[in-house]
Structure formats: structure tokens, C-alpha cells
Design a protein around this ligand. Structure first.
Ligand SMILES: [Zn+2]
Ligand SMILES: [Zn+2]
Length: 206
């Protein structure tokens, strides 16, 4: 990395750390992963002219997701950032215009490789952050060219469909319902979910 690239990285990192709430190695990995990913799919202006041309898929829900969001401008709420929590330090970057998609992975061996790039002196966390800044991209990551087919119901834009669950009466967007024995059921009513109702229609402060 030349001094201009290093200055650019430091500049982006300063803002990414602020967004994340603290400096950490995971954010450095995420920022470098996102900058590389965008470059490899031909995106140079992710928050300007090309902002609608990108989608990203993160494979964990940790520090690097904040970094991906900060660098790519892709947000979950805009449906441009998807979370597939595979528990991997990896993400895929898709250029919706050209169709080019690259998956970037930070492999386990990097934990060893990075050691030689850490400064000898200093506090542990600072050494880690500096090590992940210095390690060359081709030692930090490997990349795969991939294809990604997003479902029409997962794309940015307004919900195209809304139906009422025949069991609980709550409304479901984007075909997230399931048809069972002629009934339209929400995910929870069909196969349970992350919550169990203890008491229904409890008092809501007015
Ligand atoms: Zn962190
Ligand atoms: Zn329901």
C-alpha cells in the first residue's frame, strides 16, 4: 500500500470507527473488504451516481457489518444490505447494472499471517488494528467471482404484495406468508418463531 492509499484508508477508517462507536480490528477488516469489493465490481461512487447499482450480502452480524454499511452506503432498511448469518467473515458485493458479483472472504489463516504485520511495540488492540491496516489485501482476503440471484420480493422498492394472516390477522408483506391447506399463514402461525405470546393485547400506555 502506498502512502496515498494508506491516507485514504485512514480517512475512511476514522469515520467508520465513529459510526461503529469504537476502533477495532473487525472494522478494519470490514472497511478493507468493502473497499476491495466495490473496486472489484467496478463501483467508484457508491454513495453518489452509482448508489442504486449495488447490493451487498454480509455473512455475519458483527463489527464488519457496520463497516460494510459505512463504506458501501448499502443499508438493511433500503434492502440493499442483506444479512445471511453464516458465522463467516465474508461478504458478497453485487453490481446490479453489470451483474458482476464478487465474494470476499477473510480466511482463518489470516489470524496467523497478520502477526508479522503488527508493530512490535504498543498496546494489544492498537497493534491488532495496525496489523490489519498493513497486511496486503491478497494476504488478508481471497475472492471468488460468483453469481447471485435475488428474489424479486427481496429487491429495493415498495412492497408489491400484502396479505392478512388467516390465523392471527396480522398483515404480511412481500410474500413472506405461506399457504397451508388453503389458508394464508404468517411465518409465526405456520412454524413458530422467535417469540411466544405470554399475554395478548396487554395495556399500551396512551
Ligand atoms: Zn468492533
Ligand atoms: Zn399469523
Amino acid at each position: 500500500m502506498n502512502k496515498f492509499e494508506r491516507a485514504e484508508l485512514d480517512h475512511v477508517l476514522e469515520k467508520a470507527f465513529a459510526f461503529h462507536g469504537k476502533p477495532c480490528g473487525g472494522t478494519v477488516i470490514g472497511v478493507r473488504m468493502a473497499m476491495l469489493g466495490l473496486k472489484m465490481i467496478g463501483i467508484s461512487d457508491p454513495k453518489g451516481a452509482q448508489r442504486k447499482d449495488i447490493m451487498a450480502v454480509a455473512e455475519n452480524d458483527r463489527c464488519s457489518v457496520d463497516a460494510l454499511q459505512h463504506v458501501t452506503g448499502c443499508r438493511v432498511a433500503a434492502r440493499a444490505l442483506k444479512l445471511k448469518d453464516y458465522g463467516k467473515v465474508a461478504a458478497t458485493f453485487v453490481n446490479l447494472k453489470s451483474g458482476k458479483a464478487v465474494r470476499i472472504v477473510c480466511p482463518e489463516e489470516t489470524r496467523q499471517t497478520v502477526e508479522q504485520y503488527k508493530p512490535a511495540e504498543g498496546e494489544k488492540k492498537e497493534r491488532t488494528i495496525e496489523g490489519y491496516k498493513r497486511i496486503p489485501l491478497n494476504e488478508l482476503f481471497y475472492a471468488q467471482e460468483v453469481t447471485v440471484e435475488f428474489d424479486e420480493d427481496d429487491m429495493p422498492g415498495h412492497a408489491k404484495a400484502r396479505v392478512k394472516c388467516d390465523n392471527c390477522g396480522e398483515w404480511v408483506s412481500d410474500h413472506r406468508e405461506l399457504e397451508v391447506d388453503g389458508k394464508l399463514l404468517c411465518h409465526h402461525c405456520n412454524q413458530g418463531g422467535y417469540y411466544q405470546v405470554v399475554s395478548d393485547r396487554i395495556a399500551v400506555p396512551g
